[in-house]
Ligand binder design. Structure first.
Ligand code: GLU
Length: 418
């Protein structure tokens, strides 16, 4: 893992790369390379033993030209101002590439949630929600889950917001539990978009998904669901990993069994159906048809990129490749299908959840999955059309060309005031 790459600089580079192919003035571009505002706050929270601990937390609202700011909240020790800024910028281009009416935002708390009790996490989350209250809202900024947060945290934030505002406003946050106004299909949505992107990519590249070999780095919600759904398409999941290491079986692992093992023991390592175990970097350089990085940023730097043997990469994580790794992979003819498409299912079903909340209506899981499929397939087609039309170097640039044009159009049509 590269320690050097600053994700915020990576984002700015990706925007510059795409800007070469569209007609955008430098001043408009400059505006699209910086967040509109960033909240930085220090949460003082009482621990179970009566002591007070202080947690740094952020919410970046990057751009709202196409709609309310939208994006998750992560709990991780590596959360930083620049990371949150980058992640919020990626959300702008993600919501634009799938053409849902949102801008981009992201938040995070610098914390290792494993070190705190549930009661402490609840107080920390409610304290953050209290700080966020003036900045968020159904039509203003709509948080959601991200790394190490899920339905439980979303429900706490919704409850805090509604209590303080003396109202009901389920659409202020997405990724809630079903009983609190959540949507069918939301938990699986990120991994589902990775599967759909990989399926469309294989079709586009004339590659067979049946018996295709797949390696998945990261076995959290996105990675494991992607593995399960790719397995359903007939692919062979030969290797998966988490932060403790990787497990491998050339005949294929059973995605669900590995997940059960991880639930029981805390890791994929030690899974009885594996015939080899190795480190994460070895998984990333396996000779497979499809590689799915589903962990954190900067998993593959330029050095590792030179060793990658996969034909296709579908990014389930946000920002798993450094820009230098991207250049190396483009040069080497590895087809990378970018995060802003391949994991956009999460925010797309968040959008469906918000629509259902606004209408006080509940969609079936079948409807959610069908609508998600058409959003991802349409976005894939827009991306490949741009790739061919502009003769672009890779699919990431194509995704940014499509997305950047949409954001610029919204800005230019809306004007700038004052
Ligand atoms: N955290 C997810 C992402 O990075 C989902 C965001 C959302 O649902 O708003 O796309």
């Amino acid at each position: 893992m590269s320690e050097q790459a600053n994700p915020f600089e990576s984002l700015q580079e990706q925007i510059d790369d795409a800007a070469e192919y569209i007609d955008a003035s430098d001043d408009v571009l400059e505006r699209l390379k910086h967040p509109e505002r960033v909240l930085e706050t220090n949460l003082s929270v009482e621990m179970d033993d009566g002591s007070i601990e202080v947690f740094k937390a952020f919410r970046s609202q990057f751009n709202g030209d196409r709609g309310p700011y939208k994006g998750g909240i992560r709990y991780h020790p590596n959360v930083s101002r620049d990371e949150v800024k980058a992640l919020s910028g990626w959300m702008v281009y993600k919501t634009a590439v799938v053409d849902i009416p949102y801008g981009g935002g992201k938040g995070g708390i610098v914390i290792d949630p494993d070190e705190y009790s549930e009661a402490e996490l609840e107080r920390i989350t409610r304290s953050f929600a209290t700080e966020l209250r003036p900045f968020i809202g159904v039509d203003r900024d709509i948080p959601a889950p991200d790394v190490n947060t899920g339905q439980r945290e979303m429900n706490w934030i919704k409850d805090t917001y509604e209590t303080l505002e003396n109202t009901t406003a389920p659409g202020v946050i997405t990724g809630k539990a079903l009983d609190s106004g959540g949507s069918e299909g939301r938990v699986e949505a990120t991994g589902r978009s990775t599967m759909l992107t990989a399926r469309e990519a294989f079709d586009y590249l004339d590659k067979e998904m049946k018996d295709a070999t797949v390696a998945v780095q990261g076995y959290g919600n996105a990675g494991w669901i992607a593995a399960k759904l790719l397995e359903n398409l007939g692919a062979k999941i030969v290797a998966v990993s988490d932060s403790s290491g990787a497990v491998y079986n050339s005949e294929g692992l059973h995605a669900r069994d590995v997940k059960d093992h991880k639930n029981e023991t805390g890791s994929v390592v030690g899974y009885a159906g594996a015939d080899e175990e190795f480190g994460n970097d070895d998984l990333l350089t396996l000779d497979v048809d499809l590689l799915v990085p589903a962990a954190l940023e900067n998993a593959i730097d330029d050095e590792l990129a030179r060793e990658v043997q996969a034909d296709v990469i579908a990014e389930a994580a946000n920002g798993p490749l450094t820009p230098e790794a991207d250049d190396v992979l483009t040069e080497r003819g590895v087809h990378v299908f970018p995060d802003i498409l391949a994991n956009a299912g999460g925010v797309t079903v968040s959008y469906f959840e918000w629509v259902q909340n606004r209408q006080r209506f509940h969609w079936s899981e079948e409807r959610v999955n069908d609508e998600l499929e058409s959003v991802i397939v349409n976005a894939f087609d827009d991306l490949t059309s741009a790739y061919e039309e502009h003769d672009l170097p890779n699919f990431r640039t194509a995704a940014y060309v499509v997305a950047l044009q949409r954001v610029i159009d919204a800005y230019e049509e809306g004007g700038n005031w004052p």
